[in-house]
Design a protein around this ligand. Structure first.
Ligand SMILES: [Zn+2]
Length: 256
């Protein structure tokens, strides 16, 4: 089974994979029912999560077999649920590169005006380039844009676009993979070969690897940034049960 998933992830284009996984994940998750792990996003209990990752690095026990959440989605979900009024407050939200574990649930929130956007994802309602978004200034109370800014050509431009479409006081959640060994973000536009990008940026289609200066970079685009060390709120037992192990900080960027 693990091998089948690995092959699917590797060879099927993402847009077809999204449709496939959407249709079959519910049924498929029955194979994994158990007590050891819990997914707070879909409420499921499983004996294991699924492996996930593009490269050959060992990446066991990451993906929820029912809702396809990863560690970061479970952590963000818990944060929104426990620490904010996201699920009950009237809000207008733009979700860029919408993750399907969130998408199906966010669109059911009665108080949320929910817009989704992406270059090409079939899940998205608007198709656009993040460097130039087709929305007016001060439009959204919230923007969610996870694991996108490590792919974009011009991060300052994309960052300022997100800031522009947010209302004053509006908040963005802008997760990226952080390399804890890097004091400064590493980017070099001359590195274009997929194998070199994997080597220098951590994945074949990334164009930078963010370091400990990420919050500072967001501040330079005009945001106030709170680095919420949210994993620290949980016991070691809960961290393992829900597999919250990878991204420990949530970057909450507010438009002043
Ligand atoms: Zn789940």
């Amino acid at each position: 089974m693990k091998l089948i998933i690995k092959i699917l992830l590797k060879y099927i284009p993402r847009k077809y994979l999204i449709r496939f996984s959407f249709a079959f994940s519910g049924l498929f998750s029955l194979f994994y029912v158990g007590k050891k792990h819990h997914c707070p996003v879909c409420g499921g209990h499983f004996r294991t999560f699924l492996p996930y990752g593009y490269s050959d690095e060992k990446a066991e026990n990451r993906l929820c077999p029912r809702c396809l959440s990863l560690e970061r989605h479970r952590l963000i979900w818990l944060y929104l649920k426990n620490e904010t009024s996201f699920f009950s407050e009237p809000l207008k939200m733009l979700h860029i590169a919408p993750e399907q574990s969130f998408y199906t649930r966010f669109k059911k929130i009665k108080t949320l005006i929910y817009h989704t956007g992406d270059l090409e994802s079939p899940l998205a309602q608007f198709h656009f380039d993040i460097h130039q978004m087709p929305f007016g200034d001060n439009t959204y109370d919230m923007v969610m844009c996870n694991h996108v800014l490590e792919h974009v050509a011009d991060e300052p431009k994309a960052g300022r676009e997100i800031l522009r479409v947010l209302k004053p006081g509006g908040q963005a959640i802008l997760q990226v993979p952080i390399n804890e060994n890097f004091e400064k973000t590493f980017e070099d536009p001359s590195i274009t070969e997929p194998k070199d990008r994997t080597k220098y940026f951590g994945q074949y289609d990334h164009v930078r690897w963010h370091g400990k200066d990420y919050a500072q970079r967001l501040r330079s685009y005009g945001f106030d940034v709170k680095e919420v060390q949210y994993t620290d709120q949980f016991t070691a037992e809960d961290i393992e049960k829900m597999r919250l192990t990878r991204e420990k900080v949530i970057f909450v960027a507010t438009k002043p």
